[in-house]
Every structure is written in C-alpha cells, then in structure tokens.
Design a binder for this molecule. Structure first.
Ligand SMILES: Cc1cc2nc3c(=O)[nH]c(=O)nc-3n(C[C@H](O)[C@H](O)[C@H](O)COP(=O)(O)OP(=O)(O)OC[C@H]3O[C@@H](n4cnc5c(N)ncnc54)[C@H](O)[C@@H]3O)c2cc1C
Length: 335
C-alpha cells in the first residue's frame, strides 16, 4: 500500500506542478498515470510543438516544459505509478481514500487531486478494415517525434489543426513525401495554417486530396499502401510508409465517471474557491474540471493547483495555521 498526503491522478503539467506547490506546504504527493510517461497531453500529443503562453517563456517546447516541471518537482521526491489506470476508490475506517488501479496497485491518502485532463486518451479511429493489424507498423494516431518520419512517405488524414500543422511541419524538409487527405474541401483549422497548406500544395510540397478518404490499408507485416476513395476519381492506390489519421481524441472520463462526482459534459464540477468537488477530500484541477469561465489552458491549471493545495492542507491539518511564505524568502526546502 502506497501512502501519501495528496494522491494525484494524472501526471500532466497540472499534476506535476501540484507536487511543487504541495511540497512548499510540506505535503507529499504520489502521481498515477495511465500512460507510461509523465507529461500528459504535452508528452503524448505535442512534445515537439512550441507553446507561447507559459508566463516568462516566450516559447518553450511542450516536452521541455514537462522536463522543467519534473525538475521543479524533484526536491519534493514525488512517487509515480505509471502505466496504470486509477480505477476504484473507497474510504477506510479512518476516512482515508484507498485507490486501486487496473493492475491492483493500492494507494492510500486523505486527499485525492484529479488532474486527469481529457481522461484516458482514446484516439478516434477511422472504420477501416484491418487497421488494427498495422497499428505501430505504419499506422499511428499521434505524432510523438517528427524525426520518426524523416525521409519517409507519409499520409496524414484530418481537417483540424493537428492534421494541418503536422502536414506543414513534415513537408518542410522532414518527410520525403507528404499527402494530406480530407473528407471535405473546408478545413476546421486556423486560417493561416489552411493558407499555408494551400500554398505548399500549389508549390508541390504537399499532395492535397480533398473530398477523399482512406478506404483500405495493405501490406505484409508493415503498411505498404492505402487505397484512397475520392468523389471525383473513384478508388486509387497510393504507396506509403505511414498513415497518420488525426481525427482527435475522444474524451473518455473512464473510471472517474463512476466516482459519484458531479459531472457536466465530461468534466468534473468544482467550487472555484479551492477547486473542491462535491465529494469532500476530492479536488479536480486542469482540463478535467469545469466552472463558469473555465479555460483549458496550462497556466489556469497551475493557478488551480496552487489554490487547491492550500485547501488540502487545511483539511489534513485543521488546527494548523497556514501563512503564505514567498519562495524568495523561504527558498525551496525539499524532503
Ligand atoms: C495540440 C495541442 C496544443 C496545445 N497548445 C496549448 C498551448 O499553447 N497553451 C496551453 O496553455 N495549452 C495548450 N494545450 C492544452 C494543454 O495541453 C492542456 O490544457 C494541458 O495538457 C492540461 O493539463 P492537465 O494536467 O490538466 O491534463 P493532461 O495534460 O491531459 O494530463 C492528464 C493525464 O491524466 C491521465 N489520466 C486520465 N485519467 C486517468 C486515470 N483514470 N488513471 C490514470 N491516469 C489518468 C492521462 O493519461 C494524462 O496523462 C494544447 C493541447 C493540444 C492537444
């Protein structure tokens, strides 16, 4: 049984920053994440993309932000249970939560902080026969490292920002050949990205197929070709090394949905005084929560984490006085 003060579900940016803010109050944290690595969406979906709205970083790669958050949390020696999904919670006779993962690992804590983001990541998969046979053998639903596609033939499907941005990025001297396939003629992404794709298509750097979709996948053990169905020309085969359908992630709260929390549109309702939920002792911060005016931004999650740990401290130590101390005055005294 792993015992801690705050059990954090989700090791995304908001979960990681909680470790630091809790550590300043001498509260220990343990993080559980279904993914094999920390960083949440930043590590899993866009590690190589620059973020421009982290205070004091005019630009920072999402992966580097995660590294910095890990470094900042390190003095407070957080524990990690990675690659396991938080599944069930119950309370013991002392009023502490017992949380069991899908692999049976048990954790005990007086406070639970849900920082579960979009929930467990589940990419929307196109209904193409035999697709599953090529997953990680030429079919990927997330681009983690663009270098993986260097000098390769890549087909990207989708009409949103991810599809447009990656098509532009890979066509700019990374992949050997980039084809962007979209079911419609209008794109949902930012206008400047759409314009850039159009320009690159006009200059022959991107092969753009609209009113089209991938209908079949073929190959031996690895993907070798796909059949594209277009409204204009019918079916034709295209040789490729990779097909990356970027149709988004379907938000699945997963087991959290069964924890008797008040939920609106796949997000946990919280009180903005301290980001507590309707279940005393359980808080929710970051993308997973909802309240009037909510913005799903990293910097908002950092603020929520900071207020949340103050309230958690008062729940754990109702008789202790909590005085805000500047880090400039007190420094960072780890465990
Ligand atoms: C392409 C893209 C670009 C973005 N750009 C920006 C930007 O420029 N600026 C900005 O501020 N934000 C940006 N965002 C949004 C930002 O990434 C999110 O706001 C942020 O990641 C939320 O952090 P989080 O810690 O709340 O959750 P997440 O990063 O979603 O992490 C949640 C973690 O919880 C885990 N989890 C969920 N349920 C369970 C469970 N039951 N058991 C175990 N683990 C669980 C998940 O596996 C995940 O790792 C962008 C998002 C995307 C997709």
């Amino acid at each position: 049984m792993i015992q801690t003060d705050i059990l954090i579900i989700g090791a995304g940016p908001c979960g990681l920053f909680t470790v630091f803010e809790a550590g300043l109050l001498k509260l220990r944290c343990h993080l559980i994440d279904a993914l094999p690595q920390a960083g949440g969406q930043c590590s899993e979906i866009y590690p190589k993309k620059p973020i421009y709205d982290i205070p004091a970083y005019p630009s920072i790669l999402a992966g580097d932000l995660v590294d910095k958050l890990m470094e900042q949390a390190a003095p407070f020696d957080p524990g990690f249970t990675l690659g396991e999904r938080a599944e069930e919670i119950e309370k013991d006779e002392e009023g502490q939560f017992i949380l069991t993962t899908n692999r049976g690992t048990q954790h005990r804590a007086p406070i639970i902080a849900i920082a579960g983001g979009l929930g467990c990541f589940e990419p929307r998969k196109p209904p193409v026969e035999g697709l599953v046979n090529f997953e990680d053998h030429g079919v990927e639903y997330i681009i983690k490292d663009p270098e993986f596609y260097r000098d390769k033939k890549v087909i990207i499907s989708g009409g949103g920002d991810s599809a447009l941005d990656w098509a532009i990025f890979l066509a700019d001297g990374v992949a050997k050949e980039v084809t962007l396939v979209h079911r419609r003629t209008e794109f949902r992404g930012h206008l400047d990205s759409v314009q850039k794709v159009m320009d690159m298509a006009a200059s022959g750097r991107i092969r753009l197929l609209t009113n089209a979709e991938v209908a079949e996948v073929h190959g031996e053990s690895d993907l070798q070709s796909v059949v594209i169905k277009t409204k204009k020309d019918g079916m034709h085969t295209l040789e490729t090394d990779h097909w990356v359908p970027l149709f988004g992630l379907s938000p699945k709260l997963g087991p959290i949905a069964d924890w008797k929390l008040n939920i609106t549109k796949n997000a946990v309702e919280v009180d903005t005084t301290d980001y507590s939920t309707n279940v005393p002792g359980i808080y929710a911060i970051g993308d997973i929560n909802t309240y009037p005016g909510k913005l799903k931004l990293i910097l908002c999650g950092f603020h929520e984490a900071t207020l949340m740990v103050q309230s958690a401290f008062k729940r754990i130590y109702p008789d202790k006085n909590l005085v805000l101390k500047y880090t400039t005055v007190n420094g960072v005294n780890g465990f």
